[in-house]
Design a protein around this ligand. Sequence first.
Ligand code: FES
Ligand SMILES: [Fe+2]
Length: 417
Amino acid sequence: MNDVATPAAPGRTWPDEGLTRIPYWVYTDEALRRQEQQRLYQGETWNYLCLEADLAQTGDYVSTFVGETPVVAVRAEDGELYAFENRCAHRGALIALENAGRTDQFTCVYHAWSYDLQGTLKGVAFEQGVAGKGGMPPGFDKPAHSPRKLRVATTCGLVFGSFSDDVPDLEDYIGEAVLGRIRRILGKGEIEVLGRFTQKLPNNWKLYFENVKDSYHASLLHLFLTTFDVNRLTQKGGLIVSEDGGNHVSYSMVIPDERHGSEYRDQGIRSENQDYTLHDTSFLQGTDEIGDGITLQILSVFPGFVLGQVWNSFVVRQVLPKGVDETELHWTYFGFREDTPEQRTARLKQLNLVGPAGLVSMEDGCVGGFVQRGIATAEDERAVVQMGGDATSSSDTRATEASVRGFWKAYRRHMGL
Ligand code: FES
Ligand SMILES: [Fe+2]
């Protein structure tokens, strides 16, 4: 699938220890970053584009990205979803300039070439010239000059795109175990978007995606999770890692009134601080609306999709690379159309946990930058990823880095590293 004749990172070799060591050049190497665009984002991967709810009506479109490639996703007149590169066939300008909208065609602002809702080039301004002079040569094949089109697939109201004809079907790519956990949340009903944020991160995208998969950090970094018993490694929970390693779910359960032990206090761990109390305790009075007792679930699909549940707040995150040490996170918060006013209020309150300034997520927005700064001159050094051994398998403990290793297993396979 990959052009293995060209090394993904010339002059670099992966450490002999395999998945338990991550060389720091993976977060700083410019050549590798360019290869990621080809081998991952334009290779055999499915990339989250938007919610089906964003494309409810004919002509609704979203401009987004697959890796660093700008793309448009749109619902056409035939009711189907299409996606195409957001790059004019003429001179390469963006075709769609807004983040989202509704239209009956797309017209490039530069020289007014126009495209239908499927992304096919339909119109060239002054194609015949003026008064028989100028214009395009006869026989210019407009459809053949359309921007690149993506395959589009949906599951549970999520829209994914792929540049690859060879990528497996979306649901096979996600895998039944992880898909079941997507259905667990999105099968609840028709999604209603409650709000959006865009967040800039001062680090390589892989540091953020690893953080999402890192079930070990959650109760150590996040003071709020540990102090207020939202998530502790001692709670009941587990980890699901897909066969290929790329997709994962971590989950845990708060058992009401269960007294937590002294494991964090005994180790002097900063994230347990009983000096803090909540003025408004209604904030954490969630309901078990799914009925399985799981109060926290974080799920990822390689290379850039995240679905999160903290109590009754639900959010989709799209992880987009913007350079070797810059990442953009797009957060979409949602509930369901049939939510009661009380459910809506609970979701909105609990949304204070997540997002760029969230009581939990704000720390995840920092740590990637701490690593990026920490490794400034350490390209030849390596991270140690050995919690839980060297496996990438599912487990009933979250005191493991199995899903981080799973990420690297998938990454190395796609990249030929
Ligand atoms: S660049 Fe789009 S019409 Fe010229
Ligand atoms: Fe975190």
